[in-house]
Design a protein around this ligand. Structure first.
Ligand code: PRP
Length: 217
């Protein structure tokens, strides 16, 4: 039975295509040359959706996609009351969720202003540190916030650290490690069990990962 697979646009999408190809799931058109957002697969009757990160979880939760591939950052930001299953660590897109601030400028003792796209992750982290913070939600390019005096620090994804460095910021505490995960709609896990399980097993073989329901962070 064909699956609807929602993929996170951008870097994850590009890294996932070879993984899916190794599972004999290939889009009919070349996504790099097409402006299409829904692709049929050459074989297997699957559909591949290209979505924004936060929408992948929504599509899977609502059941318009059977499975989704997105970052652990998106899953954590979605919250604790997950309405889908997290099944596999695809071991790509590895990076860290970190706090960062201007080089050599410590955070104030009280009333830290934190800018982030990941306000839920940031809130939970600072609560765990028993620190009171005011959160400022931004959509991206978070590094600008401390530079303009909008925030004392940011909570953001750090990969090479080049973006922080280029903007006079330094990484501070690691909140958690991030990588790309496979998520599954709850109903699809039952109604399309064979197809979902087949995909999970194929991906496991490709990435050398073990199926898991653990929510490690
Ligand atoms: C991400 C992240 C950092 C950057 C980190 O941004 O938010 O800005 O990558 O990568 P680095 O450590 O290798 O420099 P992205 O490019 O996804 O865009 P965004 O800022 O709009 O979220």
């Amino acid at each position: 039975m064909g699956l609807v697979i929602a993929l996170n646009k951008g870097r994850i999408f590009e890294e996932c295509l070879p993984l899916l190809a190794a599972c004999q799931i290939q889009p009919t058109d070349d996504p790099k040359k097409s402006r299409k957002l829904i692709f049929d697969s050459v074989t297997g009757g699957h559909k591949i959706i290209v979505a924004r990160s936060a929408d992948v979880t929504t599509y899977v939760e609502k059941g318009v996609a059977d499975v989704g591939i997105t970052g652990k950052d998106t899953i954590l930001e979605y919250g604790d009351n997950m309405t889908f299953y997290e099944r596999l660590d695809l071991k790509i897109g590895a990076c860290r969720m970190m706090t960062a601030g201007p080089v050599g400028v410590p955070d104030p003792e009280q009333g830290i202003r934190v800018a982030s796209k990941f306000v839920n992750i940031a809130r939970k982290y600072f609560q765990s540190q028993s620190k009171q913070v005011s959160l400022i939600k931004l959509s991206g390019a978070l590094e600008i916030a401390p530079l303009l005096g909008l925030a004392d620090c940011i909570v953001d994804i750090v990969d090479t650290g080049n973006t922080l460095k280029a903007n006079g910021l330094e990484a501070r505490e690691t909140i958690c490690d991030i990588s790309t995960r496979l998520i599954v709609n709850r109903a699809s896990m039952k109604t399309k069990f064979d197809s979902v399980q087949h995909l999970i097993q194929q991906l496991e073989e490709v990435v050398g990962s073990t199926e898991s329901t653990e929510q490690a962070c």
